[in-house]
Design a protein around this ligand. Structure first.
Ligand code: SF4
Length: 325
């Protein structure tokens, strides 16, 4: 039996290279080694302001990106969170085991509440509880995540321990599978790449759009002129080279930048070419999927159907252990 893993992403519409490097590429690499469950977490997405009319298109866009990046529905279960209501039922139960202080310590809550000052709601606060329910509903043994989510997985482990202590051993304590590209900064070189911050390169961006965005992206802030030696290790563009360029190109850029032998324009041109080459096969697959969206919805519904019995069985065990029936 392969070890079960669970991971998910919010349906924020078209995904970007930060999603690809920080999560999707890693998920694809795990397909053969694990029993994989991948979720589009729409209940999490409603904790920040959104337009209901756009939610379904955001879901299908995310699903098409998942599959176009290589998530094979034949080797994994891909589904929409709200198609299995047991997620929210288990989250309610877990919330009764969660001290407020544990939630107050969550870094992501502090960041999100800062970012969405006008809508700091209870859902944003209890987000890690629903995330724990997402994972434990399927008794996943591991969760592939970026570094910024590691605190939530530790939270999940604590919730599993608390439940097992009070009501009997039902849940495993899932381990964290850290992605090797844990945190991808946006084009501003300051914040995590995010569509809402407009500092992203979308997986669907054309070569022209990629270049337009890269050409104004932040570089080494102390390199004011072409003749100034640069500091690649202080430059966000150089970190992107680490993801997209060959070892020879990386070495070339580093050496030449440090002695002002290459300008940022030429450096970005090399990067743009490599990003375009990475995105081309993803975009070709995506075009196929866009032309047959019914098949993508079918994949999502089938994913939910295949997981529903496991979710229902876990909830029967939970209710029984808690004296709820
Ligand atoms: S040459 Fe490249 S690595 Fe050096 S500062 Fe410019 S963009 Fe950054």
């Amino acid at each position: 039996m392969k070890k079960k893993i669970f991971s998910g992403m919010q349906p924020s519409g078209r995904l970007h290279i930060g999603n690809y490097l920080g999560a999707l590429r890693n998920w694809v690499a795990l397909l053969d080694s694990y029993d994989c469950i991948f979720c589009i977490v729409d209940y999490h997405a409603i904790t920040i302001p959104y337009d209901p009319k756009e939610m379904q298109s955001r879901i299908i866009e995310a699903a098409m990106d998942y599959i176009a990046c290589g998530l094979d529905p034949k080797r994994s279960s891909i589904f929409i969170q709200s198609e299995i209501p047991e997620h929210t039922e288990l989250a309610w139960i877990f919330s009764s085991l969660t001290p407020m202080g544990m939630l107050e310590r969550m870094t992501q809550y502090k960041e999100k509440s800062e970012q969405h000052k006008k809508n700091v709601n209870a859902g944003l606060f209890t987000y890690p509880v629903l995330q724990a329910a997402d994972i434990l509903l399927y008794k996943a043994k591991a969760v592939p995540v970026g570094e910024d989510q590691a605190q939530h997985i530790e939270f999940t482990r604590e919730i599993a321990r608390r439940f097992n202590h009070h009501y009997g051993a039902i849940f495993p304590e899932p381990e964290t599978l850290l992605s090797d590209a844990a945190r991808v900064l946006g084009l501003d070189g300051e914040h995590k790449m995010s569509k809402s911050r407009h500092n992203d390169i979308a997986l669907t961006d054309s070569p022209e759009e990629v270049w337009q965005k890269l050409s104004t992206a932040k570089t080494d802030t102390q390199r004011m002129r072409r003749s100034d030696p640069g500091r690649p290790d202080m430059c966000n563009i150089f970190s992107y080279h680490g993801f997209f360029s060959s070892n020879e190109e990386i070495q070339h850029v580093k050496t030449e930048c440090e002695k002002a032998g290459i300008g940022c324009f030429d450096c970005k041109k090399i990067l743009a070419k490599n990003i375009d080459e990475t995105l081309a096969p993803i975009q070709a697959k995506r075009t196929e999927l866009e032309n047959d969206q019914d098949a993508v919805w079918h994949v999502l519904h089938q994913g939910a159907e295949s997981l529903r019995p496991t979710a229902q069985k876990t909830m029967e065990e939970v209710r029984s252990a808690m004296g709820l029936r």
